[in-house]
Design a protein around this ligand. Structure first.
Ligand SMILES: Cc1cc2nc3c(=O)[nH]c(=O)nc-3n(C[C@H](O)[C@H](O)[C@H](O)COP(=O)(O)OP(=O)(O)OC[C@H]3O[C@@H](n4cnc5c(N)ncnc54)[C@H](O)[C@@H]3O)c2cc1C
Length: 329
């Protein structure tokens, strides 16, 4: 490849959008292929940086999310061909043979190809009071905010791994934790649920949902429930943590004409190619990860994408769809 950094400081072989496991893994491989790559992302490590503990990523028996995110970032930054920048892409469009990108911080970049690795955004409860008390008792990040609730009463909503690990982490700070789940069984790995059961200050509120978050003077004071719990239809609380899954944002794919499915997942083939030429996708935001969103899958997709980008940029005459069809419906 041409040394694009020497030609122009702001033209890269690849713009990697998102500095999570998918984006950073791609960056490592791209650098080793000597492709200049710019990784843009507001949080280095993506969701991993907001995760309490990780115990299922190969090679680490138990590691804090922050530490793992730090390993990922330093690995990517180790290569001269990579530039990792804390910023967010706000605009992107194809301009002849290049992509023009604009960012939150007012910077402009150009790249020959793009890898969209933007992960997902948290789902909301969508109940009255949620928006009003966001940041004033309602939180979407246990790791970030648990310490603010020392000796307070909190609830956590969601029956997956994030909900279980959140309950576990909150139990170390809060005086009482209510784990609210709409079903009678959990989707979380049983090992996490067993550990939560060992915590004496966690109460399980099963087959129930929050119908309203209430408070006054800008401060959350409790929740109303769909069904009574221990004879009461509300719980007095200081905080509510929401861990009910996430969904991809399809704004960036839309800007470059890359097709998404009905849930907003970026449609990719086995080589992480999208329906738009010179645009790849990797990680939680793609159809490849839609049924299992994990660090290991994101890292794999990032590396597969990087390998394919290398091959394709070296032989762009190859038909874009020659490596299998892109299913668009
Ligand atoms: C609480 C919690 C606990 C978890 N625990 C585990 C676990 O123990 N083990 C496991 O394997 N997985 C776990 N996961 C899932 C795992 O974190 C994800 O599967 C993984 O981080 C996905 O990586 P990614 O790179 O695809 O996306 P992300 O990690 O979401 O990273 C994407 C990044 O792109 C950024 N971005 C979005 N839009 C833009 C834009 N316009 N411009 C620039 N950047 C943008 C986002 O801000 C984000 O930082 C957990 C997730 C959560 C929420």
């Amino acid at each position: 490849m041409a040394d694009t950094k020497k030609e122009s400081p702001n033209v890269y072989d690849v713009a990697v959008i998102g500095a999570g496991p998918a984006g950073l893994s791609a960056s490592v491989y791209l650098s080793r292929y000597k492709l200049s790559n710019l990784v843009l992302g507001p949080e280095y490590g993506g969701y991993v940086s907001t995760t309490h503990l990780v115990e299922d990523y190969l090679g680490f028996l138990t590691v804090s999310g922050l530490e793992l995110a730090d390993h990922f970032t330093k690995h990517a930054q180790n290569y001269q061909d990579a530039e990792v920048v804390a910023d967010k892409v706000t605009e992107m469009k194809q301009n002849g043979k290049l992509f023009d990108l604009k960012t939150w911080n007012g910077k402009e970049y150009q790249a020959r190809s793009v890898l969209i690795a933007t992960g997902t955004v948290h789902n909301k409860l969508d109940v009255p009071g949620e928006k009003e008390f966001e940041g004033h008792g309602v939180s979407y990040c246990v790791t970030c905010d648990a310490a603010f609730f020392k000796n307070r009463r909190v609830a956590i909503v969601g029956g997956g791994d994030s909900g279980a690990k959140g309950a576990l982490h909150l139990a170390d700070f809060a005086s009482e934790v209510y784990w609210i789940h709409r079903r009678d069984t959990f989707r979380a790995e049983p090992i996490w649920v067993d550990r939560v059961k060992e915590k004496p200050n966690v109460q399980f509120v099963m087959e129930n949902t929050i119908t309203e978050i209430v408070g006054k003077d800008n401060k959350l004071t409790g929740v109303k429930l769909a069904k009574p719990f221990e004879g009461k239809s509300n719980i007095a609380l200081d905080g509510v943590f929401v861990e009910i899954g996430s969904h991809p944002d399809k704004t960036l794919p839309g800007m470059v004409g890359a097709t998404t499915d009905g849930d907003g997942n970026l449609i990719v083939n086995n080589h992480q190619r999208t329906s738009a030429e010179f645009v790849w996708g990797a990680g939680d935001n793609t159809t490849a990860s839609a049924l299992f969103r994990q660090i290991s899958t994101a890292v794999s997709e990032g590396s597969i994408a990087a390998g394919d980008i290398y091959e394709y940029l070296n032989d762009p005459r190859a038909d874009w769809h020659s490596k299998g069809p892109i299913v668009t419906d």
